[in-house]
Design a protein around this ligand. Sequence first.
Ligand code: ANZ
Ligand code: ZN
Length: 831
Amino acid sequence: MGSQKTGTMKFPYKEVEAKWQERWITEGVHEAPELPNPDRKWYQLEMFAYPSGDIHMGHFRNYIIGDAVARQQLMLGKGLLHPFGWDAFGLPAERAAIQRKIHPAEWTEKNVGVSRRTLQKTGVSFDWEREINSSAPDYYRWTQWMFIQLFKQGLAYRKRGFVNWCPEDKTVLANEQVKDGRCERCGTEVIKKDQIQWYFKITAYADRLIDDLDQLPGWPENLKTMQREWIGRSYGAEIDFTIEDTGEKLPIFTTRPDTIFGVTFMAISPESELLERLNLEPKYAEAVKEYRKKAFARSDIERAAIGEKDGVFTGKYAINPFNGERVQLWIADYVLAGYGTGAVMAVPAHDTRDFAFAKKYGIPIKVVIHPDADTTLDFSKMDDAFTEYGSMVNSGQFDGLMGQDAIQRVTQYGEKQGFGRSKVNYKLKDWSISRQRYWGCPIPIIHCEKCGEVPVPDDQLPVLLPPVQDYLPKGRSPLADVQEYMNVTCPSCGGPAHRDPDTMDTFVCSSWYYLRYMDPHNTEAPFDKEKARRWLPIDLYIGGVTHATGHLIYFRFFHKFLQDIGWVFCPEPATRMFNHGMVMDAKGEVMSKSKGNVVSPITVMDEHGVDIARLAMFFTAPSEREVLWSDDSITGVEKFALNKIWPLAESLRGAKPNLKRYFKPEELSDFERQVYIKLNQTVKRITEDYERLQFNTTISALMELTREFDSAKVIRDEFNDYVILKIIQLAAPLMPHMCEELWEMAGHTDSVFRSEWPQFDPDAVVGDTIEIAVQINGKLRDTIRVAIDADQAAVEAAAFAGDKITRFTEGKTIVKKIFVKGRILNIVVRD
Ligand code: ANZ
Ligand code: ZN
C-alpha cells in the first residue's frame, strides 16, 4: 500500500467498547436461536463460575478463549449457543459468606452482580438472556426433579456406612472432594464417620463411563486416562475363604487367582463388619479396638500409600478352599473397606504390600510363581515380592500353568467347586451427595414412619430453602432445627412426617446445568426435548483439568441417565473438551484468591482497553499451557494493534470489493500476487489455528501478513480494500470491539460477526506452481498446475480431478503409476 501509516489516529477504546457492547445487545448478535438447525449449530460452553468473589485473570483467560471460538463459529454461519451462569450453591460461597458474617444468599447475589459486570466489560459473547443461577428456585426446582427421577429408578438411595467427614466444614464429602486425604476446600484432614447418607448409583454406569471414552476423540488423552483410572475397572475373581471357628464365608477379591496356593495370611479392613461376629478373645479384642481407632483417623490415601504397613492379629484363622490350609486372620489398614469385599488373601511372595507386612510381623512367605519354567525363586533371598506373571509352582494340579491361562483355569476350578467366581471390580464408588450444610439444594424427600421415603410431588416443587439466620454448620444440617421446615404431612398417607434435612452436593447442581441453558425459562419441564435434540451434544466444552474426576464424570453420568429415561438423544454430553492452562503470577504461582495474588482484568482493561488485554492474554502462550501473567505482556501486542490494525481504517480507499471473489494470477501485479498468496496462506493457517484454539500463532500470522502488506509498493484500490477487510475479519474474534469499529468505518451497517468467515483460494495457498504432464500409456493426455513441491498423492488427486484423465482411464485397470517429481505422471492402464 506504500503509505506506511503509523497510528496518527487515536483509538478511543472506552467509547468504542461501550458503543459495540450496547449494539450487540440491541441487535441480538449473541442471542441464540430458539431452535437451531442441528447441522449448523455450535453449542459452546465454558464451565460456569462460583460466585465467591470477582473474576480474575484465570477466568478471563478461560472465557476469552471460548469467546474467540464462539465468534468465529458465528462467522462460519452457525446458530450459536454461548451461555453463562453461576454455580451459586455450595461450600465455596457458604464458607466465604460465613467468614464475612454475611448470609450466603446475600453474599452470592452481591458477587454475581460484581462478577457479571466485570464479565460484561470483557465483551465476551455470552447470551445473557439465558443466564442461570443454580441457587435460584426456578433452577433448583429442576435439580430436585432430577433427584426424584433418579430416586424413582432406584439410582438415588440411602445407606449407612463410613463416609469422608471434614471436621472443619462439618460435612460429608464425596471421594472426589478429598484430595490427598484432605478436604478439597479447606485443607483439613478428612476422617471416617459412620452415617446414613444419600448416594447416587453412579457405579451402575461404570462400564459405559469407561467404554464410551473411546467414542470421544475430541477429549484430551490425559483426561480420559484420569477418568479410566478413577473408575478403575479390574478383572479378577472372588474366592470364598471360611472362618475356622464360625464357618462364616469370607469372600475376597483378587486379580491374581493364580497365586492362591501362596496365601499365608488374610487381612480385613478395620471397618469390617465381620469383626462384630468373630467373638474375639479378650486379649485380642483390646488390641483390635485400639488399632481401629488409630486407623479411622487416617485417610484412604494415606492408608493406601507406599510406606510402613501395619495391622493387628485377631487371634482367628481362615481356611483356603483350594488346599484346606489354615492361615492367620489379620486386620490391616492397607485393606480398604470400600473396595472389592474389604478383605484380601495375602500372598507375600507376589504382592508388595503383603510382602512388607509379612516381613514386619514374621509371617511365612511361600513362592508359588516362578518367572518361567527354568528359573526358580528363593524367598529367603527376595527383598521384595515378585509380582509379574509366571509359571505356577507348589500349586498341586495347577503347576506349570502360566499367566492369563493360569488365572482362567484356577477361576474355573473355583466356579466348579462352588467357592469362586470371576468378577469385575471398580474403584469408583457410589457418589455420596447429601451434605449437612445449609447453602444447597434441599433434598426433596419426606420421611414417613408408615410409607418410608416419599418424594415430594411435582406440583409441590421446589422445596424452598428456608431463609433462616442460623445457617452455621453444626455437624448436622442446620435445617434439622427449623421446625416449620421439617414438620410436614406425608404426601402419600397424610400422616405426620418430616423432611429430609440435608442438602445436595453442589456437584449435583452442576451435573445438568448445560441442559438448562437450552431452555432456561421453561416452567413446565427442565428443558424441551426438541431443543435438546437439536442443540446437543455440546460442541466445545472449556474448563480446567481439575474437574477431570469430579464434575466431568458426574455430568457424563447424568447425561447417560437422562438418555436412558428418554430426555436426551445422544450418548455423551460433549464432543470436544478443552482444558485451558492456568494463569500464574509473575513468580510462577497459580493465581487464586486464597493466595492473594490475583490480578483483576479490570485494571488492565481500564488502562489499555479490552481488546489489548485480550490480545496480550492470547499472545503469551498456547491456550492449553500455563501463562505467566505480567503487565509486560501488553507492550508488543499493543504496538501491533495500535500501529498496524487500527490505522487500517485510514488506508481504506472506499472500493467496496467483492470479498467472495478470488483473483487469477494474471489479474494481479507482482506486488499484489505476493500479498495475495500471503493472505490466502494466512487465512488457511488462521482457520486451522481457530480449530486448535491456538491464538498466539494467529496473532503472529496476522503480524506477518500486515508486514507483507505494508511492504507491497503499488496496489490497486479494489485489491487494497480486499486485503484490509479480510484482515479485519480474521482479527475480529480476538479483538471484537476494534474490528467492529473498523468494519463499520469501511462502510458496513451490519456486525462483522454477521459477515462470512474468509475462505482461502486453494490455488493461491500453494505459493508458486508448476505444470506437470500427465500421460496415459506414454501419451500426453493432460497438463495440470500444482504446487512446486507437490508429492505423488497431490498430483494424482489433481490429475483425476479433471475430466480428461478420468475419461481416459474409465473402465480400465490401472496397472502402474510412474511419478517424477516436478515433471511427469505416467499412468499405465489395461483394458
Ligand atoms: C491376591 C494377590 C496376589 C493380589 C498377588 C495381588 C497380587 P486392583 O488391581 O487395584 O483391582 N485387594 C483386593 N481388595 C482390596 C482392598 N479392599 N483393599 C486393598 N487391596 C485389595 O487390585 C486388586 C488386588 O488388590 C487384589 O489382588 C488384592 O490383592 C488387593 F500376587 O489378591 B490381590
Ligand atoms: Zn406416609
